[in-house]
Design a protein around this ligand. Structure first.
Ligand SMILES: *Cc1c(COP(=O)(O)O)cnc(C)c1O
Length: 378
């Protein structure tokens, strides 16, 4: 089976892990700070905090921005369920914004219209979570403009977009958002097994995030609110979690990060090749905006809705591990009773298939996928 995505672990990665196993710390050792610093440099942001997953990072992001019962959080339904669950964890209400069918990203026009209505009805969101679908940044400048107009905070769910750029700057800088979240799950751009992180510019927000990731505890005496000053003192100042990454995972991530730029380049080259080899076929690719460097976590094609299931089954029968990203979140049993279908999201969903694309994929594997597409459409 050629999977739709796959990690690439090399000898350096394995050695980095073994080195940690020989060291004094399995968790909260020196690799955590090293990986945080390396990520901060890579995405040009002052603060990066590692977490056990992007899911826990999104939860912490919502809490750090004060999301709670009575709040509304808006996101895209063309995403993994974690983009919505984070708000529900906090007791907030989730609502979905329709997408732009050319990109799969949250439509800033749809967002603008929905905000106008919500303002009249007194139902404005406190946080909006745009998702950078397939690795293409949303139109963050437009979303930021609306954020200022309607006073909501912005969390970028950039789980797909590590190594991508917007306006020639790395995704993760938070130029147009409060927090950016990345995922290091094995299907994503780089991996730590499970893992994620939050990126922020604001130091006070960073302090809250640090506490939320580790039980609500601080060990920094400058932050203490009591007079405890014993050498063993620490304070729990809020209700936090154990959402920490281990040193083993951080060592793996640090080693993987060295290859990120090469991998983004490779994914872009392979996407260009896919497009070139399929120009005569009745399939369409996502539009990529001129001011975006897409990391291409996913190679999403659109085909006629009547052909989608047959093509999916044909490719699976021939050992190509295609997937569909995503079933709109509002279709899930947990959400469907309280949410309406969105027209563009529905229409998009009926046409999409994710083809295999990963840095380790060979030209022969790609040729095989293309040959099967040609055979199907003959
Ligand atoms: C993968 C993914 C997540 C969750 O990431 P984990 O690290 O597996 O928790 C969240 N949002 C999106 C868009 C994702 O693709």
């Amino acid at each position: 089976m050629i999977p739709y995505s796959q990690q690439w672990i090399n000898e350096d990665d394995r050695q980095a892990l073994v080195d940690v196993l020989h060291s004094d710390y399995l968790t909260q050792g020196p690799k955590i700070a090293q990986f945080e610093t390396a990520l901060a440099k890579a995405v040009e942001v002052p603060c990066v905090r590692l977490t056990s997953s992007a899911t826990s990072a999104l939860h912490v992001a919502c809490l750090a921005l004060g999301v709670g019962p009575g709040d509304r959080v808006w996101t895209s339904a063309m995403s993994f369920v974690a983009s919505a669950n984070c708000a529900v964890y906090c007791g907030a209400d989730i609502e979905f914004v329709d997408i732009d069918e050319a990109t799969g990203n949250m439509s800033s026009n749809a967002l603008s219209g929905q905000l106008e209505t919500a303002a009249v009805e007194g139902r404005l969101p406190s946080v909006v979570i745009p998702v950078h679908f397939a690795g293409q940044s949303c139109d963050m400048q437009a979303i930021d403009k609306l954020a200022n107009q309607y006073s909501f905070k912005v969390i970028e769910d950039a789980s797909h977009a590590l190594g991508g750029q917007y306006q020639n700057r790395p995704v993760g800088r938070c130029d147009y958002s409060d927090i950016t979240v990345f995922s290091f799950h094995p299907v994503k751009m780089i991996t730590t097994g499970e893992g994620g992180c939050l990126c922020v510019q604001d130091a006070a927000l960073d302090k809250r995030i640090q506490k939320l990731i580790s039980h609500g505890i601080t060990k920094d005496p400058n932050e203490f609110v009591t007079s405890m000053r014993e050498p063993w003192a620490y304070e729990q100042q809020m209700l936090g979690f154990n959402y920490r990454m281990t040193d083993m995972q951080a060592a793996l991530g640090l080693s993987q990060l060295e290859r990120l730029n090469r991998w983004v380049e490779k994914r872009n080259q392979m996407m260009a090749r896919y497009r070139r080899l399929t120009v005569d076929l009745p399939i369409r690719w996502l539009n990529i905006a001129d001011n975006v460097l897409c990391s291409f976590h996913l190679a999403v094609i659109k085909v006629a809705a009547e052909q989608r299931l047959a093509l999916f089954e044909f490719l699976r029968q021939h050992q190509v591990g295609v997937q569909v990203h995503y079933i709109p979140i509002y279709k899930q049993p947990f959400y469907r009773d309280s949410h309406k279908a969105l027209p563009n999201t529905e229409h998009f969903y009926q046409q999409i298939i994710s083809l295999p694309l990963f840095p380790k994929m060979s030209v022969e594997q790609q040729d095989r996928v293309v040959a099967l597409l040609q055979e199907f459409f003959q």
